[in-house]
Design a protein around this ligand. Structure first.
Ligand code: GDP
Length: 440
């Protein structure tokens, strides 16, 4: 997990934030007698992030005479251990000299800082929120630990500091010009190389005199009908083509690297033997990594009864990969070029779904209606109350539902919510995450 230290002067709301994120149940509070209660650690789920929180609370109870000194030691130790510091200020109180002192100290460590303007509910926090830009940590996350507001923004800000998310190379760097990053994966001989060459429309990657020149290139950029596309991690393909080793085993490491670098993954399967164990393993990896999946059923030129076959394949795909039921399944022939426009159309379409952001108001209107129509069951005679839902992240769509006794919610009801989300907001065929969080 990402290790996160909560830093700030007394009374800015550090413990409230800690409790809000960790919840009472899983807090590992170190309050054995005799242990100075100046530090707590807990694990929290925030959207799709698992984080370890270090709370430097308890300072309020410290000997006032030595407060400065103790704060300094505490903070430095926590910051040192953490990947990221959450630096809290009280937006209602505005910036104080102590805040500035902390800011200087944090800046000197050179480690990542996410500035959180707490107590931002209502307008009373506005001046403090704007004032805190001056600390030089960029735009603050407007937050209310007390009311649980700003969780999605906090999630986004923390996510940027995930070690895995750090771009390792150019191919993994996020694009903001609308470039779609795709990876082509599949079993050996499914036709990946042929497909890639056909899509790009020239043989510049795998063969010919340029092969030597592009040997170290890991990505290929091209356009599909005017839209920029980047094919990531072609190294695996190229390596194989060079060696002409057709019997090699699928390397999960290679596939995983390609999947992580991509937004949309095209899984190429052979029409004659689709959905073998390896195909399903790759598809499962794709959805577990939260990427959008498109299945290209290749060698369609050999298919004798396309109409029957496509129905069969649809049924198989939905049964074998229920987590992304309804995913695009496109018959293609890499050899003749058949189906490639449809394939690329499907790529753009799922990418759009994968990036979708549903406005909170719309989400909660839908949520209220769904719950009224079919309320959560009572468990052991007690009602489970679901209060509201927010979208914590996109890419893939990630939702957080808040309520009481959510850990007793039956899995069937969770699936009901998930399927409802998929249908109501056109998220069919992409991985959707749903987390439950407890409110008091
Ligand atoms: P890779 O290992 O997945 O990269 O597969 P290749 O692209 O090297 O293709 C494996 C074999 O399948 C080659 O002999 C290709 O000519 C053949 N192949 C690829 N696509 C098609 C297709 O659409 N139709 C037919 N009939 N054969 C294909």
């Amino acid at each position: 997990p990402l290790k996160v230290a909560i830093i700030g002067r007394p009374n800015v709301g550090k413990s409230t934030l800690f409790n809000r994120l960790v919840g009472r149940k899983i807090a590992l509070v170190d309050d054995r007698p005799g242990v100075t209660r100046d530090r707590r650690e807990g694990t929290a789920e925030l959207g799709d992030l698992l984080i370890t929180l270090i709370d430097t609370a308890g300072l309020e109870e410290a000997d006032p005479g030595s407060l400065e000194g103790r704060m300094r030691a505490q903070t430095e130790r926590a910051v040192d251990e953490a990947d990221v510091s959450l630096f809290l200020i009280d937006a209602r109180a505005g910036l104080t000299p102590t805040d500035r002192h902390f800011a200087d100290m944090l800046r000197k460590t050179g480690k990542p800082v996410v500035l959180v303007a707490n107590k931002c509910e209502g307008a009373a926090g506005d001046p403090g929120f704007y004032e805190s830009f001056a600390l030089g940590f960029g735009e603050p996350v407007a937050f209310s630990a007390e009311h649980g507001l700003g969780l999605a923004d906090l999630h986004e800000a923390l996510r940027a500091h995930l070690p895995d998310e750090q771009p390792e190379d150019e191919a993994a760097a996020p694009e903001d010009d609308g470039t779609v990053r795709i990876a082509v994966v599949g079993r050996p001989n499914a036709g990946k190389s042929t497909l890639v060459n056909r899509l790009i429309g020239e043989d510049r990657m795998l063969t010919g005199p340029e092969a030597g020149i592009t040997r170290d290139a890991i990505a290929v950029d091209w356009e599909w009908k005017g839209r920029p596309v980047r094919l990531v991690d072609t190294a695996g393909l190229r390596r194989k083509a060079r060696v002409q080793e057709k019997l090699e085993k699928l390397s999960v490491g290679d596939a995983l690297r390609a999947i992580r670098a991509a937004e949309v993954v095209i899984l190429v399967v052979d029409e004659q033997m689709p959905f073998e164990k390896q195909d399903l393993q790759i598809a499962d990896l794709v959805t577990r990594e939260g990427r959008a999946l498109v299945i290209a059923v290749n060698k369609w030129d050999r298919c004798e009864e396309p109409d029957t076959r496509i129905r069969e394949l649809r049924e198989m795909a939905d049964r074998l990969l229920p987590q992304v039921r309804g995913m695009p399944l496109v018959p293609v022939s890499a050899l003749t070029g058949y189906g490639l426009p449809k394939l690329m159309q499907a790529v753009f379409k799922v990418r759009e779904r994968w990036e979708r952001r549903v406005p909170t108001s719309e989400l909660n209107r839908w949520f209220a209606a769904l719950i009224e129509h079919h309320p959560p069951p009572a468990v052991a005679g007690r009602r489970i109350k679901l209060r509201y839902v927010t979208q914590g992240a996109s890419r893939p769509p990630t939702f957080i539902t808040f309520g009481t006794r959510v850990d007793a919610l039956p899995e069937s009801y969770r699936r009901y919510l998930l399927n409802g989300l998929r249908e109501a907001f056109d998220l069919v065929g992409v991985p959707v995450r749903l987390y439950l969080r407890k409110t008091e």
